[in-house]
Write a protein that binds this ligand. Sequence first.
Ligand SMILES: C[S@@+](CC[C@H](N)C(=O)[O-])C[C@H]1O[C@@H](n2cnc3c(N)ncnc32)[C@H](O)[C@@H]1O
Ligand SMILES: [Zn+2]
Length: 336
Amino acid sequence: MKATFLEHSLRVSVVCPLCKGSLEIKRAVRHNDVIQRAILSCVSCKTLFRIYARIPVLLEPGQRADWNHPFVEALFGYTTEPYEKLLEKYGIDRIRRRYSEVIKGEYSPPKVFFKEPVDRSLLAMGGWRIRKCSIERHLERIKRQTEHNEALKEMVYIVKDLSPSRILDMCSGGGFFLAHLLEKYREFRELYSFDIDYKCAKRIEGILMYYGLLNKSLPLVTDARAMPFRQNYFDIITNNCGFGQILGYSRALRETYRALRHSGKLVVREIYGITRWDSSRTRKELGFSVDELVEFYKRYDIYIDKESFIAALEKIGFSIELIKDFKESYLIVCTK
Ligand SMILES: C[S@@+](CC[C@H](N)C(=O)[O-])C[C@H]1O[C@@H](n2cnc3c(N)ncnc32)[C@H](O)[C@@H]1O
Ligand SMILES: [Zn+2]
């Protein structure tokens, strides 16, 4: 039987996210040689993970493979409801009370433990996203929505010029960056992408399938704060507007540094951040002034703005090579 790229990656790059030990495949169910379902067992800490419809889901036990905004998660704990809905449901006064209890340490939202990170509904939604018509529609949408996005285009050129062999795209989301990159650059030897959200990983699987690249790439579900990769592995790590969406993003930055090889590069696009927002507007729309948001974001280690991001990168040990400003976002290239 031919070894698939997943099996190759378990030998060279992918490890247990918790203790970084090797993972063994057990009880694999294959279709045309490709593993559809299996258990991945850590030989060191013995934690068991699963492959759901070809996607390895390497999350800490109890986590669910989906995502909500870090501000919502820090205030409410696990919920799938967006902030606007919660605002409608509770009203600004109750949410402000919750904010002050949380920030004073008088209340912390209950932790929910999920038996399975991926349930039937996530599996079903993921399944739809790899149908050919859905992929084509999605690629069209990406093209339309990014037609004038100069920062994204520049990000692609920067990565292509470096002609990396081993690439990791973090927080791949809907694959807006990856789809653009793959239009211009497919000469890599290995490409990994991950998101904490199972539906996003399936979206990327669809895009990689469309370009016929699944023989040298692997979409995963994992947490940027505990990455399942060997240290010093990647030539390039890319992150298009993902750091701003992580609760506790300094841990993700440290993991990024660990996974990059020496002299490897991190290429990031990010929005300028909340200190550029209009305080009277945030007070009206979100219920909090910018200063209140900044205080909360600091406490929960959520991305605040360009300046604090640069300081965080330097503190971890990155050397900043390039900072380029665009209208709504900026690019940073830095080296380990
Ligand atoms: C703005 S989207 C990224 C867009 C994407 N890079 C693109 O080019 O289309 C942010 C993504 O970060 C993911 N995310 C948030 N926290 C994460 C974490 N702790 N680990 C991994 N991914 C995370 C979210 O699920 C979401 O898909
Ligand atoms: Zn382990």
